[in-house]
Design a protein around this ligand. Structure first.
Ligand code: ATP
Ligand code: MG
Length: 281
């Protein structure tokens, strides 16, 4: 194996190895996040504990459940970084098959090449993989995880005609917007953590970290506009708050006063007036 070298034949790959006469490429892990993260110890600490291997047993697989934009993907990235593990992410969708988690084939000038996908790459490299949006994945495909969650040390890939070794450093995290549609065989094998929208003060601090140049007047205008819109009720996704701050900054640059810029950005991101407020009723 040629460790850590980016090869011109597969720029999105980390490495390759030979399996008989086959060249198998390994996907590249994602870069860790920059320091624009607000710590959430109430979820981060139990999540990290769940992933530890210790005298109480092997690592358990967490399932992060929460509404869109609440911070599930971010949390998994941050925990991987704190544990100094390479981070992979697989985006779930309705057409994924079990084999898609492991390996895909593609035509190259030299013939067919195989590329280990994030789940298999993480198994081989001893990395953390987030399997995201599993509520969109068919339960037949999800059954691939059954032996892994039951402690198997090798997983068979039909496409490779061989087995993938599961490193003891491999860590598996799932994320989903909801719990109800997930098959029971999975729900009984994972540890479920709720990741809800933080309170508005915390969400605003997250937005400030992402858009640091906006200044205190934008935050004040934001809180004022939010109160007018929702009173003391309502919740807001960190993703939406970041968008509002970014857009208000852009509007402000056109000469619009800060209050007007924030109001216009909030209306654009959340939908104007009562409809937007009802959405989060
Ligand atoms: N703890 C945090 N600190 C700073 N920003 C955050 C934090 N959590 C989330 N964000 C912001 O919110 C955005 C959305 O978060 P993230 O993608 O993690 O949500 P998600 O729950 O995975 O959403 P989805 O269900 O749509 O996949 C992030 O890109 C980031 O801008
Ligand atoms: Mg996500």
């Amino acid at each position: 194996m040629t460790s850590g070298i980016r090869d011109a034949n597969c720029p999105e790959c980390l490495d390759s190895f030979q399996l008989g006469s086959l060249t198998v490429w390994i996907s590249r892990p994602q870069q860790p996040r920059a320091e624009d993260y607000l710590r959430r110890p109430e979820v981060e600490t139990p999540l990290a504990a769940c992933l530890s291997r210790d005298e109480f047993g092997p690592p358990l697989a967490p399932l992060l459940v929460g509404p869109p934009g609440s911070g599930k993907t971010t949390l998994a990235q941050v925990v991987a970084r704190r544990q100094e593990r390479p981070f992979f992410r697989f985006q779930g969708n309705s057409s994924v098959t079990a084999e898609d988690f492991l390996c895909v084939g593609r035509i190259a000038p030299t013939g067919v090449e195989y590329v280990l996908q994030p789940v298999a790459a993480a198994m081989v490299l001893g990395a953390l993989v987030l399997v995201d949006d599993i509520d969109k994945v068919d339960s037949k495909a999800l059954s691939l995880f059954l032996p892994i969650l039951d402690g198997a040390t090798t997983i068979e890939s039909t496409l490779l005609g061989g087995v993938v070794q599961v490193s003891p450093d491999f860590r598996l995290v799932f994320a989903s917007n909801e719990l109800e549609s997930l098959p029971l065989f999975l729900r009984t094998r994972v540890v479920t953590f709720r990741v809800d929208y933080p309170d508005v003060g915390e969400v605003v601090r997250m937005a400030e970290l992402h858009v640091p140049d906006t200044g205190a007047s934008l935050t004040r205008a934001f809180l004022h506009a939010w109160k007018r819109r929702n009173g003391s009720n309502g919740s807001l996704a960190p993703r939406e708050a970041v968008r509002i701050f970014q857009l208000a900054g852009k509007f402000g640059k056109t000469g619009q006063p800060v209050r007007g810029a924030v109001q216009a950005a909030m209306d654009a991101v959340l939908g104007s007036g009562a409809g937007g407020a009802e959405r989060r009723g």
